[in-house]
Ligand binder design. Sequence first.
Ligand code: NAD
Length: 349
Amino acid sequence: MRILVTGGAGFIGSAVVRLAVSRGYDVVNLDALTYAACLENLASIEDQPNYSFEKVDLRQRNAIDEAVEKHKPDAIMHLAAESHVDRSIDGPEDFIDTNIKGTYNILEAARSYWERIGRPDGFRFHHISTDEVFGSLPMDKSVKFTEETPYDPRSPYSASKAASDHLVRAWNATYGLPVVLSNCSNNYGPYHFPEKLIPVTILNALAGKPLPIYGDGSNIRDWLYVEDHADALIEVMKNGQVGRSYNIGGNNEASNLDLVNALCAILDELHPKSIGNYADQITFVADRPGHDARYAIDATRIQDELGWEPTVTLEEGLHKTVRWYLDNETWWRPLQQREGVGKRLGTKV
Ligand code: NAD
């Protein structure tokens, strides 16, 4: 089976590519290599005969058509996106162009290819999306996002992802394109780009810098270990029901403040400071405008229908992640020089 993965040089896409290549799929990685991309994420598999890379920008339809025609995939897993909420506040246009128009372009390229090859039922277009499309939950832990929760995106990022989800469903209803969708919670783990909360916390801690907490740190996220997510995505691509969406979560809710404190405690254990604790570096900063209070996933559907469950607890995943950053400075150090990394973004009101 040949899978074309978009965004395979990013954080989650590279985990999907590494896993799929190791499982023997033919994998073609289509990526524009934006500031968030890192081909080093693929060093462990780049020489494998069942892996290839095409530098393609989803904003250019012709280039997508050429790559699809050249590689003739059985499935497309669409992960490429602008993904950082703070950047979407400062510059929403890239999010509209890539997440909406780019999704439209790859959908149209997929449709035209699928029609040309005789509309096979077995073809799949898997769109990877976020739980942020559902908006913000109350703190009451009995309420979670299901696949039926109405869309209520509140940031330019989540609005652009919501729009892309609607396009994908419309291409199924209108043209019959065999699509599946998944909406996941916050991912973390190795190769996480150093502008997101967990790597920023680890790397600032090691550098003796302040550990910024937006607002009062009470915002809750449901944390999903990236390698668990990659496994779930391959399951949805292979066995998900056409036209259906699956919520994927880690069953690991934590407030941002509790999460940062947990990371500090792990660093105290694995890499103790000479004086004091890492938590002493915690600093409260101005909140993100429109900061969603809580996300939490009800993952009953993927568990009941596909038998999939996360395997990594938050404690175990955070340990593995901290250990990975301690051991991989040559990966993260150069990325800290990229544009915008290390700066406070997304404070516009
Ligand atoms: P990322 O920012 O790490 O990687 C995105 C990749 O897409 C990069 O390699 C980038 O070069 C590529 N890309 C961006 N614009 C492109 C374009 N115009 N053409 C081709 N390639 C382009 O993102 P991620 O965190 O790995 O997220 C992957 C997907 O998962 C996204 O669709 C995101 O919305 C979704 N998601 C992520 C999370 C999370 O916690 N990271 C949570 C829920 C959903």
